[in-house]
Ligand binder design. Sequence first.
Ligand SMILES: Nc1ncnc2c1ncn2[C@@H]1O[C@H](COP(=O)(O)OP(=O)(O)OP(=O)(O)O)[C@@H](O)[C@H]1O
Ligand SMILES: [Mg+2]
Length: 247
Amino acid sequence: MIELIKTGISGLDQILKGGLRRNSTILVTGAPGTGKTIMALQFIYYGAKKYNENGILIATEENLSDLRNYGKNFGMNFKDMEKKGKIFLVEKPLTMLKGGISSIKGMLDLIKKKNIKRVALDSIIFFEYLYPKHNNSSMEFRREVLLFMQKMKRAGVTFMTISERRITDLDRLEYEMMDFVFEGLIILSRVRKGSYFERVLTVEKIRGQDHSLDVYPVAIDKSGIRILHDQIPFSLVEKEEEKQGFK
Ligand SMILES: Nc1ncnc2c1ncn2[C@@H]1O[C@H](COP(=O)(O)OP(=O)(O)OP(=O)(O)O)[C@@H](O)[C@H]1O
Ligand SMILES: [Mg+2]
């Protein structure tokens, strides 16, 4: 039987018809400022806080004190969870994981010792630091990501990775190599309606799992990111009406 875990992101579990498959690998991708980091923070924070699943968050772009403060804006007290040994924030993988494999072993040890169940990586740029000679499109890069992913799976964690992309217009979406590597793909985007942008989310795929294919509005406020799973983006509704000549 498939075991589903709650994501910690309000509304997302309904779209996923219960949650994420335990031990799966998910890529969350989107343009700048669409809520990717907040989503990763919530996945790790509420995973530990509400669902008793210890987590590691690897940050490549932000330093840890910025990240803790960022979490605080949305009511997440990372420091407290770190003190309790339930969450581990890792920065500068450049130095921490220097040497690649041998220090990834350090991370695997931590996973075992601290009973880690979730790992989030913000962002996939991490691999470019680790293997600078590969560029994002090479087969070696893909192989390294796959190897890392397999290690996470074998270690029994559910693994979320963030990636950036330039084109997120849902009608003109171009798939990138990484989209195929992960078992799940969630896209955060913006839809323009006149002078207004609406945040939206869609689940492109989750291998071996039934989920909704609809596009949903997303809200970000002081309680974090929420997927409005019982609503339709008004920007898209009006677009359809225009197409059908109702306007
Ligand atoms: N306190 C807040 N209240 C409401 N909205 C906020 C708040 N803080 C941030 N935001 C919104 O969230 C967005 C940033 O979300 P997040 O950091 O998750 O983006 P991101 O997708 O990780 O971006 P990047 O690719 O640049 O890292 C901001 O651009 C802003 O619109
Ligand atoms: Mg970010």
